[in-house]
Structures are given as structure tokens and as C-alpha cells.
Design a binder for this molecule. Structure first.
Ligand SMILES: [Zn+2]
Length: 185
């Protein structure tokens, strides 16, 4: 990166600009390093926190892309909330109770992932699943379910949506899609 641009970036970073302004600079001046952190921030910003000024700064086209992405993530959250794991194969002889215990545990994890103030990470959520002791039911019932939930990325659906959505917006800004890494974060 040429020196004057680097100096300008360092200077601007000290100003604590609104994310909408940062995103605008990111688009106009191709400051790659700002893209992901700013996008992550904007996607988790509540709808009502966007001002008319933010929308003007970002551009209605970019704001629209962010709204679409927020909508997709919220839908993923809704499907997580509604989910129970009905494909569990029971060997315990107490199917209803065992299933209810596991679903209750899954709901608790979901609520913690979606907690507005202190959300847990998807990694922590999967670790909690691994540590689930089964409420006295046969481990053979839930071990397979836990493996399957992790393998299918059941609790990480929003991560995939975010990754693909960020890539689409990176593309729109003229960045390489590889700016958004393949791994979950
Ligand atoms: Zn069971």
C-alpha cells in the first residue's frame, strides 16, 4: 500500500467514524482491512439504529444489500428457534422423556446463541453439546444426534449465510470474494 494512503487510513481509524462512513470509504478508497469488521458490525446493528444519514452515506444500493442479508440471517435464526431434533434414534426405552430433555437442552443453547447482550459463540455452543450428559438417559441416544448436528452445521446456518452474503457485497464493491475466508468465524 502506498505510504500516503496508509497514513490517511491510520489517521481516519483514530476518529471512531460511524460504521456507515467507514463502509463508504471502504467502497470508494478500497480499504480492504475495513471491510469485514465493518460488515459484521452493520449486520448485527438493529434495524432501528440506522439513521437517514447512515443510509445516505452508504448509498441506498448498499443499504439494500445489507437489509437483504440481515433478513436472511434473521430467517436462519427463526429456523434455529423452531427446531427440535426429531431424527434421534432412541435405545433408552424412554423415548418421549429422553427426546424432551434433549430438545430442551437444544433450546437452551439456541437461546444462548441468540442472546441479545451476551451471546455465546457457535464454538461454545457445540462444546456444550459435546459436554451434554443426557439427563440420565442413554448416551447412545444423543451421541449420534450431537455428531449429526455438528456435521450439518445445524447451529451455524447463519455463519454460512453471512459468509456468502459478505462475499456478494465484496464482489459488488469490486473486491475479490476471497476477502471473506471460507472458514467460520
Ligand atoms: Zn433416548
Amino acid at each position: 500500500m502506498e505510504e500516503p494512503k496508509k497514513d490517511a487510513i491510520t489517521h481516519l481509524e483514530s476518529y471512531h467514524l460511524r460504521p456507515s462512513t467507514v463502509l463508504r470509504y471502504c467502497k470508494d478508497y478500497k480499504v480492504e482491512a475495513w471491510f469485514l469488521p465493518t460488515m459484521k458490525h452493520l449486520v448485527t446493528t438493529p434495524w432501528t439504529a440506522f439513521t437517514a444519514h447512515d443510509i445516505e452515506i452508504m448509498g441506498i444500493d448498499v443499504f439494500h444489500l445489507i437489509l437483504i442479508l440481515k433478513g436472511h440471517v434473521e430467517n436462519a435464526y427463526k429456523s434455529i428457534i423452531n427446531n427440535t431434533y426429531e431424527e434421534m434414534v432412541h435405545v433408552c426405552g424412554h423415548q418421549a422423556e429422553c427426546q424432551a430433555a434433549f430438545d430442551a437442552f437444544l433450546r437452551e443453547i439456541t437461546c444462548r446463541i441468540l442472546h441479545p447482550d451476551t451471546p455465546i459463540s457457535h464454538e461454545t455452543a457445540e462444546k456444550l453439546l459435546d459436554e451434554y450428559a443426557g439427563d440420565g438417559f442413554d448416551p447412545a441416544c444423543f451421541r449420534q444426534a450431537v455428531r449429526d448436528i455438528k456435521m450439518r452445521g445445524f447451529l451455524r446456518e447463519d455463519r454460512k449465510i453471512l459468509r456468502d452474503g459478505f462475499r456478494d457485497i465484496a464482489d459488488y464493491f469490486g473486491y475479490s470474494r476471497t476477502l471473506v475466508p471460507d472458514v467460520y468465524w
